[in-house]
Design a protein around this ligand. Sequence first.
Ligand SMILES: C[S@@+](CC[C@H](N)C(=O)[O-])C[C@H]1O[C@@H](n2cnc3c(N)ncnc32)[C@H](O)[C@@H]1O
Ligand code: SF4
Length: 439
Amino acid sequence: MVQYDLVKIGIKPQKRMEELPAIVRLRNEKRKVDKDYFFHKEAASNYAVKNHIYSKEAYRKSYADYRYAWNNINSNISANPLCIDIEVASYCDLGCPFCYRQQVVTPDKLISDELAVSVVQQAIELNVESIKFNWRGEPLLNPRLEKYIEQAKKGGTIETLINTNALSLTTERSENLIKAGLDTLIYSFDGGSKETYEKNRPGRFKNNKFEDIIENIRKFNEVKKALNSPFPFTRIQMILTEETRKELDDFISIFSNIVDEVSVKQYTERGGNISVLSKKERELLQNYCDINNLDINTVEFMVTEGKVYVSKSRIPCKQPFQRLLVTYEGRVGMCCYDWGATYPVGVINKEQAIKAIKDYQQTNENINVKKKGFEMMKPIINQDFKALENLQSDQKLIDIWNGSKISDVRKKQIELRHEEISICKNCKFKETYKWAVLS
Ligand SMILES: C[S@@+](CC[C@H](N)C(=O)[O-])C[C@H]1O[C@@H](n2cnc3c(N)ncnc32)[C@H](O)[C@@H]1O
Ligand code: SF4
């Protein structure tokens, strides 16, 4: 595989979003624990150490090496992916208006047991350091989730993760996740008030209640204490929009005692058209656009606590160097911003993936007839099913990782030829832009 050294070719490693001023302020003042420090400090309690898969020191070292590699892809591109994201459920029980699921047809499906077990096994054999068990849906909707987590941990995976809306986080589920060895649990909770939260995270089949989710999160923390388990590390994350930014202090005070870290995340446009800027910030951006003859609707911008940043140029994306993502039907993507692997770099089981086309068509039909739970979704299928035909059948993860399609993306990214990759051209991932502050 071609190895790229970004530093040698003059590209400095990019600062992570979290290192930008607003997030640092939030983290330094309000967060309780640094995640990397937590893993170091609590290593003895990790499933992998308690079950003698690693010694405490070996686990600490492996975790530190993996985090270093993740943050510094500049020096040595890993021979294997650092993370495999497995969509154990594309099904979701919420209909968040900002989420891609509302804009583009996504079937309500679970991954087949056979495919999930095989992907986890391949990841273990490749010494992939981390496995995230979700992508487009809600992982707790797969009742076999704990089985896959345990399989990964028994096989030596350093970090298992999920993002969850916490709607199905019962006490029993909490116990099972902790016992299976889940390492990191990231809650998504968008709002500091009942009104904002319930608007941002409505239930698809029944009402989703602010108080119920806080209670599930509080109870999870109690179960951790009862089981005397520091793991999983828990983080709660709120997307920054014009509305949620006003509720930041309430959000922090609700959760700071029941999770390990309170955090915020940039909103990225996935078709929800949610306002992010305050009136004053919008005026500032409009002024910049007027002077530079740019369209405010297409200019790349982001905001962190009153400071507006704009971008006119790109930097290489780290994702094709870090991870592979597997959809429930076995397509493989190279970036979490390519919702649903519309630019597949491989397919694990071509026959299964082709059969799944009918899931997309059925979902489209459900949306068209406004079936219960589908009312808020749009009937747009953006899958290029023909792209599947051109892929080899039954590929292994390692062949996909070293394959020509992803290698071509990496080469073009390094050469800043984003325009030549359809999926990268209009990508909204903020870490692929160079930012300058507006004042
Ligand atoms: C698609 S969800 C899947 C996991 C789970 N259902 C959840 O809500 O956490 C994964 C993550 O994407 C985030 N997300 C969804 N739409 C987003 C957007 N427009 N901008 C930024 N993050 C978004 C969610 O908040 C969540 O943290
Ligand atoms: S809960 Fe997660 S996957 Fe479901 S609609 Fe909301 S953000 Fe999307």
